[in-house]
Design a protein around this ligand. Sequence first.
Ligand SMILES: [Zn+2]
Length: 471
Amino acid sequence: MTKKLSITILLEYYMLVSRRKFLTVAASTALATLGFPFLSKSGATRGFGNAEEIERVILMILDGSRYEYVYRMPHLRKIVENFGFSFTNAETIMTSNTVAAHVSIITGAYPEKTGVSGNAIYIREEDFYQFVMHSPRHIQAETMVESVKKQDDGIKVAFVTGKWRVPSNIAFSRDGGLIADIVLTGYRSGIPITPVEYRNVVGIPEIHRQSLGSDVRDSWCIPAAYQVIKRDDPDFMMLNLASTDVLEHIYGPDSPKFAPHLLDLDSMLALLFKKLENEGKLSSTLFVITSDHGQHNIYNVFNMAEFLKKNGYEAEILLEGSSAFLYLREPEKRGEVVELLNGLKAKGIVKEALPVEDYHRYSLPKNGWAGDVLVILQEGWVAGFWGLTSTDAKIPLRRIRSEVSVPGDHGGNSSNEIHVPMIFIGPGIQPGSSSERVSIVDVAPTICDLMGWKMPADAQGRSLAEVIGYA
Ligand SMILES: [Zn+2]
């Protein structure tokens, strides 16, 4: 979508809003005449969720989206208000990072069961470290892809993701075999992952050059998702849209430079919905819109390694943005270290430090992978971009980069980081909202319940089918 076109769509919207003051004509009808017939409530075959049955599920993860972003997107907001069921108190897991959250979404389980508590992974006994976890072999819980394929191998599963690290962890079974039917994503080691037959249709992925992981732009992912639905019509698609997260990291979520992105994304989604309607697939699709985490603006970097060293403690530090896991050389001293770090609460740096025996409070794993101590920083603070550092190691490049150019980050548990959107739109779902406290681990159980699919074996979340009025 060109910028010009998106501006036109927005102008139409704002003109409509001003006209509403004077006209009693329903806004949805007026929008229909402006080329958005999906907003019309009239016409039995039109619109969201008018079909008898759900024929496919699109799990849309707006990577890095705070709860309120959906309501800053004019078309999406209107769709949600008219056709969606919205949970106003949905939370992600701790730590609020992409890999851990996507794993929890797809397993329906908290990190205490998945074993994945952040973006990176460090296993002390093996001295095994990955800067970004890129393998399903460390996921200790069954994923929804595994469970539905076990039930019926004919259930078609697709991943269209801006981040390669999403399918690299969850489009595979834990023994390493690809079990998703279609994977369209970015690059790995410079090689495009998208299958050739699709590359001819959707082109070479457009990447965010500023981003560390060659994350692909929404302007490629959204048309690519449309092509997959049109050509292969999967039963289940996970669509991860990475641009929100990438641009927040670069500019900061409260920056005026970030704000226009939400309007661009909104226009692209509106076009996707319109095209799906033209294909006759809008009314029979269940859309689940959520996020893996939000972001907050970073004003300060806390040098965890230096602080520990100064106080005479040695540790490996697994940085997870606004939180960090400490693997102490002397784990028995964790009580002292927790006390020392909690002494920084009054200075406005540390929000909370807790020892491994208290990890159950955040449903974190106690298998040793998450170290001896978790430190959660206050809003506005970051311990460094994810990755490992130690008291003796030189500060890695990624850390320097974070100190000069990451105005937005996440990993902690401020409201901006953990409060996420969770919206269900589709056949049999009553429009409305609930302030009940729900979690991203409820997503997979709800989808499985609605679709009559086998629940992932280790799911801890619950089906929200009744709450959303599914009948
Ligand atoms: Zn993310």
